[in-house]
Design a protein around this ligand. Structure first.
Ligand SMILES: [Zn+2]
Length: 347
């Protein structure tokens, strides 16, 4: 045996001893507690409670429970252990798992993921998740926390935001495929038009919102003979933005040639006065402003190219309650510019 091989053999023995030594050294962790109960709910108090045991032990115990409360608690513990990568993975299981998260669960997942992104140096992604969490959160303590965070971090460049806009893809509402023989190419985006769905709708649960959008697509395709849902984007009462018709295709929302180069945005609800009328939620208005400003920045659309359906024809759309809100948005765009609007929309 050459001296080289001998050294190698000794080296390996030494490494092995070192590993055994490390495993024996230090206080041994407490044995997993059989009486351990994973959190049953998602709330500020349950998800972010101070650990009653070694966080690594709690994580081992939580790993046996793939419930949403356990996953979100795990994400928070990973943050305490300065492991943002694992925290992001845990939130992803909630956000993109087989079950659509509730608005509350999604708010916590996005808040925790924002913290993890922030620590990983992804400031824009963090800002986006925080904004989305703020539109969804109903836990008062989480709302308070998010309000204090979004006030202090609202200086992200709109160009960066534009690439990070969170939009639920067509697959999220199980869209029927577009009938390509029955749509025209968009050939550039030059204007944006706001609509309402003209159906009273207050629900914020993702599944119910998805069903509502399916219903609109069914009416547009089967009822009116369109090649797809008429709008390019839909915004539900929680402020969630859903992808409608692909932007590559001209929409079917503003009558004939008015659809050319025209992005259609529909807010779910009936923004009329009287019976079955309603106001848009604040989150919905905020999302509309954010989406509009982001599209304007991305496609170079000016404030004088923002329309309401009623600008094109005699129609109640987008509703007498909505019209002054859109007018205000256009005034703000003229006065503050797109960048300020994007930033303001995040607050
Ligand atoms: Zn309309």
């Amino acid at each position: 045996m050459s001296s080289f091989l001998l050294r190698r053999a000794f080296g390996a023995t030494f490494v092995l001893l070192a590993v055994v030594g490390a495993a024996c050294a230090g206080p041994s962790k407490p044995r997993p507690d059989r009486s351990f109960q994973p959190p049953a709910t998602v709330s500020f108090a349950a998800t972010m409670a101070r650990p009653a045991m070694d966080p690594e032990v709690e994580l081992e115990l939580l790993a046996r429970h793939k419930t949403t409360p356990a996953l979100l608690r795990s994400a928070w513990l990973f943050l305490q252990l300065d492991n943002p990568r694992a925290a992001i993975d845990a939130t992803a299981e909630v956000l993109y798992g087989p079950v659509q998260p509730s608005a509350n669960d999604e708010a916590f997942a996005r808040y925790l993921r924002a913290e993890a992104y922030q620590r990983s140096g992804f400031a824009e992604r963090a800002e986006w998740d925080r904004q989305q969490a703020a539109t969804l959160a109903n836990d008062p303590e989480l709302r308070q926390r998010l309000a204090s965070l979004t006030r202090s971090t609202s200086t992200v460049a709109p160009a960066a935001l534009a690439t990070e806009l969170v939009v639920q893809p067509r697959s999220a509402w199980s869209a029927r495929a577009v009938d390509k023989s029955n749509v025209n190419a968009m050939q550039g985006i030059r204007r944006i038009t706001i609509h309402h769905s003209a159906m009273y709708f207050r629900d914020t649960r993702p599944n119910t919102c998805a069903a509502q959008i399916q219903k609109i697509q069914r009416e547009h395709m089967s009822g009116r003979g369109y090649g797809d849902i008429g709008y390019h984007f839909l915004i539900d009462p929680s402020g969630r933005i859903w992808e409608g018709r692909d932007l590559r295709y001209q929409g079917a929302h503003a009558d004939g040639d008015n659809n050319k180069n025209n992005v259609g945005i529909c807010l779910l609800g009936n923004f009329m006065r009287g019976r079955n009328g309603q106001s848009p939620s604040q989150a919905q208005v905020r999302a509309m402003r954010l989406l509009t400003a982001t599209l304007m920045a991305k496609h170079n659309v000016g404030p004088d190219e923002i329309y309401q359906h009623s600008d094109f024809k005699a129609t109640d759309c987008p509703g007498v309650v909505m019209e002054p809100i859109v007018d205000q948005m256009v005034r703000d765009l003229n006065r503050q510019g797109v960048s300020a609007m994007v930033e303001a929309a995040g607050q």
